[in-house]
Design a protein around this ligand. Structure first.
Ligand code: PMV
Ligand code: MG
Length: 356
């Protein structure tokens, strides 16, 4: 029997702009995991997850068609990860087998609520890792990332894949996305293994060393949000606001580059200042695109953090999920958390996770 795990993630800065290729974001892996167990079976296999037992599906109407939205359904990420990993295994001489695959996620609460900690990316990564090992392959991070990125993109259809990078490489990362149109066209014509071994235009993954004295604190709004739908809406809106959008992307790039520079020079003040600046940039994006990012509960999370001298912002697509705070020795973290609780924000006891 094989068990593999993959951590969840949080965006620290650069959200939305990172969806444009070669634009940077900072992401971290956090120490809660999705675990996948694979065990050979005889003639039929099962794929099971306690947390993902579903009795409802989301759908929208397109004319006469009822369209089911699978992008928030973890089973589709699992099936896609199996599909691409097995193609890779076959191309490399592996003999496919029948197995049971059991998923256990710490990234979803017992009643099925999503915290927004990247469970779909983590379940994709954990499935790729477990299957590669089940078939006797060594785990090479670049191979795991590329297979998981292809599997994830095939289901979600949009997004930067920064969550997949965080889950594979761990720790603090500066991440620039690759050209996804290039990848889609290559998938039609290339052997999967050749594509996995190729250099992907635009992709850049750089580890950042944690800065001593800079603490990450996470608050959960208790409201789940759908990344794929929010990214889709901003993508539609940018057409009518191209100049403002281009400005946002350029400003975000400059801001995140400063944050990366802050990590490289261990300049806590610079990092915190640019986190606050990134919050303002995301508020501008939200205004001209009319996509709700910093909803009132996130504003309350941020205002409370700022009262205690933390540098705070929304994390990821916003509209719910989590907010993040970068705190230094001036921040009274205990008092901040107590005030969060009084205001319906749940502090999550999570830490940055380094992957071996
Ligand atoms: O809400 P999250 O944590 O899934 O983050 C989404 C971040 C975006 O930049 C908005 C989208 C993406 O795929 O990078
Ligand atoms: Mg989110």
């Amino acid at each position: 029997m094989i068990t593999e795990q993959a951590p969840g993630k949080l965006y620290i800065a650069g959200e939305y702009a990172v969806v444009e290729k070669t634009n940077p974001a900072v992401v971290v892996a956090i120490d809660e995991f999705v675990r996948v167990r694979v065990q050979e079976s005889d003639t039929t296999g099962i794929i099971h997850s306690k947390q993902y037992a579903q009795d409802s599906v989301h759908w929208t109407r397109k004319g006469n068609q009822l369209v089911v939205d699978n992008r928030d359904n973890p089973f589709h990420y699992i099936l896609s990860a199996i599909d691409f990993t097995e193609r890779y295994v076959s191309e490399n001489g592996g003999k496919l087998k029948v197995y049971n695959l059991i998923v256990n996620s710490e990234l979803d609460s017992a009643d099925g609520k999503k915290y927004g900690l990247g469970s779909s990316a983590a379940v994709t990564v954990a499935t790729v890792k477990a299957l590669l090992r089940f078939y006797g392959f060594d785990l090479v991070k670049d191979v795991v990332f590329k297979l998981a990125a292809i599997a994830h993109l095939t289901v979600q259809g949009n997004g930067s894949l920064g969550d997949v990078a965080a889950s594979v490489y761990g720790g603090w990362l500066a991440y620039c996305s690759f050209d996804r149109d290039w990848l889609r066209s290559q998938l039609e014509v290339s052997r999967l293994t050749d594509l996995v071994n190729a250099e992907w235009p635009g992709l850049k993954i750089q580890s950042l060393e944690p800065v001593e004295g800079l603490e990450l604190v996470i608050g959960w709004t208790q409201k789940p949000a759908s990344t794929s739908q929010l990214v889709e809406k901003t993508d539609e809106e940018k057409v009518d606001n191209q100049a403002l959008y281009d400005r946002f992307v350029a400003d975000s790039r400059a801001c995140v580059e400063q944050i990366i520079h802050g990590f490289e020079t261990k300049n806590i003040e610079l990092i915190m200042c640019q986190i606050r600046h990134n919050r303002e940039l995301l508020k501008q994006l939200s205004k001209f695109s009319t996509v709700p990012i910093e909803i009132p509960r996130l504003t309350s999370l941020i205002d409370i953090a700022e009262k205690y001298h933390g540098a705070a912002k929304t994390s990821g697509a916003g509209n719910g999920d989590c907010g993040i705070v970068l705190a230094n020795e001036a921040t009274d973290v205990a008092a901040m958390k107590a005030e969060w609780r009084e205001n319906g924000i749940l502090p999550l006891d999570l830490h940055v996770h380094q992957v071996d």
